[in-house]
Design a protein around this ligand. Sequence first.
Ligand code: ADP
Ligand code: MG
Length: 251
Amino acid sequence: MKGCVVSDAEIMISIQHLSKSFGETQVLRDVSVDVKRGEVVVVLGPSGSGKSTMLRCINLLEAPTGGRIFIEGQEITDSKTDVNKLRERVGMVFQQFNLFPHLSAKKNVMLAQQRVLRRSKEEAERVALQQLERVGLADRADFLPAQLSGGQQQRVAIARALAMDPHVMLFDEATSALDPELVRGVLDVMRNLADAGMTMVVVTHEMGFAREVADRVIFMEDGVIVEEGTPQQVFDNPTSERTRDFIGHIK
Ligand code: ADP
Ligand code: MG
């Protein structure tokens, strides 16, 4: 069945038996996760456990080698899926902000709106200012990236993603490259987004954020989900020793 609709309309992302190999190396093994509309799922795990690869599969930056992924009931792993249309619905924020250095914050947020969504300059500008305001940077719209702190640059990158009206946001260690004093501003923006009902999958090492904002925490190791539960379950009463060790080291 092509593009079939999953029964539960409240399921935003359905990852079913996902596997991914790079050559001989299997990086994800039979990973299955459902994310409901409005849910915030935090993914934890040691370096190399497959967290980034899983996120990248969700918007097809990587092609899965096995299994299926559905976004809002549409199978994205179907070869007929329009990848560009999919990416409009799934925003992603990386550790590196990747802003264009020669463009102002506002122009950075306008660009994909004009090129991909074909919005007029006026409309793109209106949305850009709205989203920059949302991330607390209304007064920095005309600054170049180099004139902004790392935290402000990351907030511009978040505004850029939000300007595309995504239905899902993926965050891959969005605060890992930042000086400690700049982390909070970015986490606050993410928290506000969660409070506003955005569906989010967040890879982070920020345990405080995970505890307070996550509806569900997933712990990955060696390409499999080792543990899954509410923050309370996973942090206070982990069932696996590997989870306990990891949390013990990072707390
Ligand atoms: P994490 O984000 O949890 O640190 P990754 O998903 O980045 O883990 O990587 C999981 C494993 O896959 C690692 O062993 C990594 O070296 C490998 N890997 C990731 N991307 C590639 C790639 N493009 N080619 C080959 N191996 C890769
Ligand atoms: Mg990673």
